[in-house]
Design a protein around this ligand. Sequence first.
Ligand code: NDP
Length: 459
Amino acid sequence: MADVATEHSAVSDVRDTLERRDPDQPEFHQAVIEVIDSLTPVFDRHQEYVRANMIKRILEPERALQFRVPWQDDEGAVHVNRGFRVEFNSALGPYKGGLRFHPSVNLSILKFLAFEQVFKNSLTGLPIGGGKGGSDFDPRGKSASEVMRFCQSFMTELYRHIGPDTDVPAGDIGVGGREIGYLFGQYKRITNTFTGVLTGRGPDWGGSEMRPEATGYGAVYFAAAMLAESGASLEGMDCLVSGSGNVAQFTCRKLIELGARPITLSDSGGWIHDPEGITEEKLRFVMDLKNVRRGRIAEYCEHFTDATWSPAPEAGAANGLWAVPAQGAFPSATQNEINGEDASAMVAGGIRVVSEGANMPTTPQAQETLVGEGVLLGPAKAANAGGVAVSALEMAQASQRVPWSAEQVDTHLKAIMKRIHDNCLSAAREYGFGNDYRHGANIAGFRKVADAMLDHGLV
Ligand code: NDP
């Protein structure tokens, strides 16, 4: 393993620069430090990156936009939210990455997400750069017409910065098919064009089959690929899933299909444990509850009485969900949802594999505990890349104006996830990190972007 004490000076300079220039961006620091910890052996071997000051260039966004989003609620009261788009890196293609609507959204969170996205998109092997955007708007408790008015106002500013060959946003937390529809409708109206400017569109208006499924399915394919290295499989495993939105739902579906048993789900109010396992029938109830009726996960226990509900922990405290004995874990809610204490509980409960569906769900301390105990850890930028990969396939279908079948898309998705897995493993081994997928993902993702930046000159 590379020794932190001998880290390259180009790498240690970065820590000082971050502290000095962006002291108020802890999530961004966390994401950057996690990557640069992997890069010492790369810089030692590739002086061309050092000469080009590549590390400092790669962690500065090409552009970060912030704008006002005024909107009116159903009573006529006027509200103002903040809109953002961070266009981080376009070395490999148009900026690509989701929009998040959640009250926690700020520049630090969007810079961390956009930075991760650059590496993730590189790992897919598809021609997409990295970006992320969103707003501190909270869609919970808002009527459909309030959400529509908000989306229209948001797009009325965003439209001038995006385009099918420039920047192609998609969904993320709080932005699903409904919101993409409102955003797309407004873009089409303002620009009088029908293009592939957003992905995650409905299948009847330019969307790809399998896009809703892609992130969850991909995270499960990645876990299966990690296990297959040692001749193991997901079949018969009890699995912990957090969240109950898009990623969590399709993670559950694929786990069930592969013979595993998802036994937990959560939302920001609390978590449920169903020791009998979440079956396809129960999952359909969750999908109706969350996607149509927009209710809380606690309702699950009113219908399935073997299950129990527990309230969400205080911020930063241990979450009982992760202490439920199981062999697989699929964090699919939000950043830093597994802390060091949770990781110790997971190890004690028998966890063998963790595949990160959410972005940066595991704190650095938790990662050290898990990897130190020999748990297979699929890092988010690799394990949840299936969503953006199918978004890139949606862009290809939009350019061709030919839709592909679900089977075709799923075949591509499986092949892409396997390729990402293999590339992470071989990069980790090549640079002396053994089987540590975290370092492999960082190195393989970095090298493609850095090489393209060298090719493009100093821009
Ligand atoms: P959704 O909005 O569909 O679902 C998010 C789920 O996580 C909800 O159950 C939500 O609960 C819960 N949640 C969100 N924030 C918090 C919080 N602060 N504390 C506790 N629970 C929370 O989002 P997605 O499923 O699309 O996204 C989930 C994760 O996956 C995110 O990290 C996202 O960045 C990542 N991801 C998503 C991709 C995609 O294709 N959608 C692609 C790659 C990564 P509640 O309803 O109560 O807010």
